[in-house]
Design a protein around this ligand. Structure first.
Ligand SMILES: C[S@@+](CC[C@H](N)C(=O)[O-])C[C@H]1O[C@@H](n2cnc3c(N)ncnc32)[C@H](O)[C@@H]1O
Length: 219
């Protein structure tokens, strides 16, 4: 048996596989490409980043954030995910406005653990947190609503649990806290609970994609 094969067998018995360096690097590069391809395919659903907003919806969100600039309170985002929309809102708000973004990290499309999800999102938002533009709050939203005693929010953006009951609780919190603008994501046939909850509160005064903003409520 050639010496090369003897060495290979020896390593193999110890649980190792000998590879040329170039073969190893090619395998790693292929694995990384495959992972990137699968992640992109998983996230791209009908032009929307899964769990987040489309470009048309972001254009509308920008208008809503600009409208919210006329009011003094914080912008509250219910459902942070990875902080993509939080970062967009931070870009469009007035420098002194604060964003409170809530999440209990129960769901994410990459299926990373809640701990990993929370830490990744902290890293994404690090600059905004350090510059005190964003407060990242890890909590169950309903529990947090019951404790909120801050200023009336300039805007509440509802984008966590899209069931009927949960959306009703989000809208009621927003109205009770005196929010100037009450809006949210996923007013679409895919989320009949959100549609029903919004319709029961007067329906959207405007809708772009599936981003809704509530009509003024009767006194
Ligand atoms: C659709 S994603 C939010 C997307 C994000 N607003 C964006 O545009 O990128 C929904 C998020 O709501 C969170 N969530 C679900 N139920 C929650 C609850 N009861 N309290 C707090 N967060 C919750 C999930 O962990 C998830 O990160």
């Amino acid at each position: 048996m050639p010496l090369q094969q003897v060495v290979k067998n020896m390593f193999s018995q110890l649980g190792y596989r000998l590879l040329r360096e170039s073969t190893y690097h090619t395998a790693i590069a292929e694995e990384a490409m495959e992972l990137a391809r699968r992640t992109a395919a998983h996230l791209d659903v009908a032009g929307t980043r899964e769990g987040s907003l489309s470009e048309e919806e972001y254009a509308f969100m920008r208008e809503l954030v600009q409208e919210a600039s006329a009011f003094p309170g914080p912008i509250i985002e219910i459902g942070t995910l990875f902080g993509r929309t939080t970062s967009k809102i931070a870009l469009w708000k007035l420098p002194q406005a604060k964003i409170l973004t809530l999440d209990n990290y129960v769901w994410n499309p990459l299926r990373v653990s809640p701990e990993m999800h929370f830490h990744l999102t902290s890293l994404v938002l690090q600059y905004l947190i350090d510059s005190e533009q964003v407060v990242q709050i890890r909590c169950d939203k309903d529990e947090w609503f019951s404790r909120y005693s801050g200023e009336p929010p300039a805007m509440v953006f509802c984008d966590a649990d899209h069931s009927y009951e949960a959306t009703v609780r989000d809208i009621r919190f927003a109205l009770r806290s005196g929010a100037a603008i009450v809006c949210g994501h996923d007013y679409s046939p895919l989320h009949p609970g959100t549609v029903r909850a919004v319709d029961e509160h007067g329906g959207p005064r405007a809708l772009k994609g599936s981003v809704w903003v509530l009509a003024p409520q009767p006194a």
